[in-house]
Design a protein around this ligand. Structure first.
Ligand code: FMN
Length: 329
């Protein structure tokens, strides 16, 4: 089942998607422990790195246990991306990924992210410059197009010719942002049109959908983003289901609370008590999603800014939920 990206062995089929504000060291650690075969960092500015910004370089912090890891970079100028890639390569990641999918205005008005889909020759020059600048494989992550899904095939071919080692395809156009359903057909078309590994992405919510995406598109790896937030177990579920057809039991509330507490500790250890707690708000809401009274619990968690307080609240939630099940039982 293993796929090779350049010279790097990916042991299974799952990849944690780059998610700005989410796939930090703490979350990547948990997803790797729960079976993700590889993780991608949050995107980092090539210009920031090339100019020596300390804030940008914080995105490059990862541990030995995180290999294989890919660092994602964004930008629009070949020389600056080559310089940025060199700074990243000094930290010895396994590969470097070029962001060609970010739909956010601030990024596309600077000709970066999904704007690169409109200019395949420029994208080719960027990939070439990065490939020449570093020894690790260079990959890219695209959307299906700017407005039109056909753009992906041309972009993928240009990128392969320029030396890209793999391509991740999110089956939505820039225009669609996150609306509607991901178009998996474009993933299949990119797979047919290229000979580098293709990573399928978009709306993989569970192991069955991961297997279906692989069967329907022929993609080599499956990338999971939003559906991993508050649910790092999804990776073990997919790896097991794709390899054996067996379903791993879903986590119960005590598993979720313990994971949330561990996530909190890792976040605070990496970012300090203030930022570490603040940046847990989105994941905490995801861990308790769907339980009775989730809205009130979320409200309480969002207004607590002390790590011990958050931990206490999490255990109160567990206790209250366990008692209410006992009463009902
Ligand atoms: C909060 C958030 C942040 C994201 N940040 C990035 C990013 O930094 N780089 C990138 O290539 N894609 C980014 N994406 C897109 C995801 O990587 C992925 O392509 C998208 O969510 C579709 O996959 P999913 O359906 O599994 O979530 C982001 C998506 C979300 C929801």
């Amino acid at each position: 089942m293993a796929t090779k990206i350049g010279n790097v062995d990916i042991p299974g089929v799952t990849v944690l998607a780059p998610l700005a504000g989410v796939t930090d060291h703490a979350f990547r650690t948990l997803c790797r422990e729960q079976g993700a075969s590889m993780a991608v960092t949050e995107m980092v500015s090539a210009r920031g790195l090339a100019e020596g910004s300390e804030r940008s370089s914080e995105y490059l912090d990862f541990d030995e246990h995180e290999h294989p890891i890919s660092v994602q970079v964004f930008g629009s100028e070949p020389e600056i991306l080559a310089d940025g890639a060199q700074v990243i390569a000094e930290r010895k990641p396994d590969m470097i990924d070029l962001n060609c999918g970010c739909p956010v205005k601030k990024i596309v008005t600077r000709n970066a992210g999904a704007a690169l889909l409109k200019d395949p020759p420029l994208l080719g020059r960027i990939i070439s410059a990065m490939v020449q600048a570093v020894d690790v494989p260079v990959t890219l992550k695209i959307r299906s197009g700017w407005e039109d899904a056909d753009e992906a095939v041309r972009v993928a071919q240009v990128a392969e010719d320029a030396g890209a080692s793999a391509i991740a395809v999110h089956g939505r156009t820039r225009e669609a942002k996150f609306t509607g359903q991901a178009n998996w057909d474009i993933i299949a078309r990119v797979k047919q049109a290229t000979s580098i590994p293709v990573i399928g992405n978009g709306d993989v919510r569970n192991p069955e959908l991961a297997k279906e995406m692989m069967d329907v598109t022929g993609c080599d790896l499956v990338m999971v983003g939003r559906w991993a937030i508050g649910n790092p177990w999804i990776f073990k579920g997919i790896e097991t289901f794709v390899a054996t057809g067996e379903k791993v039991p879903d986590p119960v509330l005590s598993d979720k609370i313990e994971m949330a507490v561990r996530h909190l500790h890792l976040s605070v250890a990496a970012k300090g008590p203030r930022k570490g707690v603040f940046e847990m708000r989105r994941p905490l809401a995801a861990y308790i999603k769907g339980i009775p009274g989730a809205a009130q619990y979320r409200q309480a968690l969002m207004t607590e800014d002390d790590a011990d307080g958050v931990e206490r609240l999490l255990y109160v939630i567990l206790e209250e939920q366990t008692q209410s099940v006992e009463v009902m039982g």
